[in-house]
Design a protein around this ligand. Sequence first.
Ligand code: FEO
Length: 173
Amino acid sequence: MISKAMAQRLNGQVNKEFYSAYFYMSMSAHSESENLKGIAAWFMAKYDEEMAHAMKIYRYLHDQGARVELDAVDKPPTTFAGVLDMFEKTLDHEREVTASFNELVDAALDERDHATNIFLQWFVTEQIEEEATVSDIIGRVKLVGERGEGLFMIDNELAGVAKQMSTTAAAQA
Ligand code: FEO
């Protein structure tokens, strides 16, 4: 059993993960409409990951005897200046998520809630990988540019990465 305050914080994080999913689906929709199928697939794989994150916390709350309270999910941005803009927004967003998990860990440590602290470690590690992956993509987009062959190459590459992400997610489910 966890404290009411900790449960409320984790409920807030469930909402943030749903927002992340929604945010990435919006970028997938935008990419799809721009004929960037690989980038669209990558953002849709991110959508799946974020839904899985939300459900991981959802299950933890139930396992700890807490009540899950769902909240409204904010509207994500729907227009983007280009591919670089989407990945830069993704990195900014993931940095905010990292800060949010750090605050959750602080709260768990303050309460000496060891179970929640241990539970949160998976997310802390995941955030390092997520930020690194997106930084890497930003670097590549800057290198090859946002049009023509360079963009075609990035789109193809991310199509392959999206397939791997889906395979990994299916194996972890
Ligand atoms: Fe749920 Fe992208 O971290």
